[in-house]
Write a protein that binds this ligand. Structure first.
Ligand code: FA5
Length: 455
């Protein structure tokens, strides 16, 4: 039985869960009906009790704990069903059929005192064993309930004694209960002291404190916040726009008609649309918010638009299929190219440092005219020429330009009265330049060895 039982206990972790209750019940029945019954009345009884209920952790507690580890459902099943196992010794000791036989054989209740005493001393062995081996208050509570509950041992053994035996049994129960309470109280103190001692043993005030690592902001978030701070200080406001756009806002209203070659390098992901509805796409840049903002308000406009954009680009060291941009737009009366240049220079100096110089190179965007690429002197070599700037001394920063009057036509602005400029910053690119990061994919891999450098 013991070997079989040990095998069962060891296998609880792997057994199919639905089979476990049946198996535990079977073991409990076998135990109560054979091992325990056979041992009762012999010297082996104390040993059997000790093996099952004492003998830290004891087979009983071991089964309960294994079931608890296994699943909450088994834990709650175990709590109720193992009560049977806990009651088993008391049932064996006070087996009614044995008592009845005793009465019959002795022709009435004539010499049972030693028997009654023997039963209570067996009960004493049993309950004392589990109390003394209970190492938590929860286990002690289980024992207390086991004695006093409606379904517990005391009610079960208190009833239906022959008149002649009642006095002695009543006395034995009373004596036993006092003793049990005493043992429970003692063990409660032992458990509390052990717990406190364990806690004390763990506390070593001379040890250095535990350093809890703080999280930190992602480098891209830091760039966003830095750029937002710079433009907020110039009187810009921050607005957000939808990542799912219509082709109209993403292209047409920005002066990029269908079949215009400028769409080629901005291929993206299109959503299926219901028949007749205009398809939606993942925006390829933050520029659609220029149009959406101007549709809603008349100048003066000074906004920046941080956000995610998407393109059908293959991921590599300088490209992602998802990346971040910050759009800028300023429209008012009398805004000139000089204002544009001054703003760009101020931004670059604030972002990359006072020593950095800027230059503008002619470029092309359908929604700005003239269009430029803004370059900065290389932050790594100070303009002397190095690997990063391919010996040119300059690094390309972002595209920009004066808003093309054609765009004003889409938003009902008077192109004769208003003028302005726009720019589109690639956040990954600017962060790469600022911190000399050679691979854009690092931003998205969540490797703490990389991220920790930006704390
Ligand atoms: C544009 O997207 C324009 N909307 C910018 C603009 C706005 C111009 C307003 C004029 C006025 P472009 O396609 O060059 O431009 O992209 C802008 C920046 O996004 C690039 O400089 C680059 O830093 C970044 N970028 C472009 N494609 C990728 C990509 N696949 N992965 C990461 N960054 C990218």
């Amino acid at each position: 039985m013991t070997q079989e039982l040990n095998d069962f206990i060891n296998s609880i972790g792997e057994l199919e869960e639905s089979l476990i209750p049946r198996r535990v019940e079977q073991i409990t029945d076998d135990f109560a009906n054979s091992e325990l019954s056979e041992a009762f009345g012999t010297d082996a009884f104390a040993d059997v009790i000790d093996r099952w209920y004492g003998n830290q952790p004891g087979l009983l507690w071991e089964i309960i704990e294994k079931l608890r580890d296994r699943s909450p459902a088994l834990a709650s099943w175990a709590n109720s069903s193992l009560r049977k196992l806990l009651k088993a010794p008391a049932e064996v000791i006070f087996d009614r059929s044995v008592l009845e036989r005793n009465i019959k054989e002795k022709n009435g209740w004539n010499a049972p005192d030693e028997d009654v005493k023997r039963w209570f001393s067996a009960l004493r062995i049993y309950l004392h064993t589990i109390v003394e081996n209970a190492d938590t208050q929860a286990k002690l509570d289980i024992v207390k309930q086991l004695w006093t509950n409606r379904e517990g041992i005391r009610p079960a053994i208190s009833k239906e004694w022959p008149v002649d035996a009642r006095k002695l049994v009543g006395l034995e129960i009373k004596r036993f209960e006092e003793e049990l309470n005493q043992v429970l109280t003692n063990q409660t103190v032992v458990v509390a002291n052990t717990k406190a001692a364990r806690a004390r043993a763990r506390e070593d005030l001379s040890l250095p404190g535990v350093v809890r690592p703080f999280g930190s902001r992602h480098p891209l978030r830091q760039t966003f916040e830095e750029i937002e701070r710079i433009f907020l200080s110039l009187g810009y406001s921050v607005v957000a726009g939808p990542e799912m756009e219509t082709p109209y806002y993403n292209f047409e209203a920005l002066n990029i008609p269908e079949h215009h070659p400028a769409r080629d390098n901005m291929d993206t992901f299109y959503m299926a649309a219901p028949a007749g509805a205009s398809p939606l796409l993942l925006r390829t840049h933050t520029s659609p918010m220029q149009v959406r903002t101007m549709e809603k308000q008349q100048p003066p406009v000074r906004i920046i638009v941080p956000g995610k954009v998407y393109r059908r680009d293959n991921p590599d060291a300088t490209h992602g299929f998802m990346f971040h941009q910050i759009e800028g737009l300023a429209v008012d009366t009398g805004i000139t190219f000089c204002d544009f240049k001054g703003t760009v220079e101020y931004f670059v100096r604030e972002f990359l440092g006072p020593k950095v110089k800027t230059r503008l190179r002619p470029s092309y965007f359908p929604f700005t005219e003239p269009s430029v690429e803004v370059d900065a002197t290389c932050v790594f070599c100070g303009g002397k020429g190095c690997n990063v700037c391919k010996q040119s001394g300059w690094i390309e920063l972002f595209g920009a330009g004066m808003v093309d009057p054609a765009v004003y036509g889409f938003v009902n602005y008077d192109a004769k009265k208003f003028s302005g400029f726009a720019f589109g910053l690639g956040v990954e690119r600017l962060t790469q330049l600022k911190y000399n990061i050679n691979d854009l994919q690092l931003y998205f891999q969540n490797d703490v060895r990389f991220l920790r450098q930006f704390v």
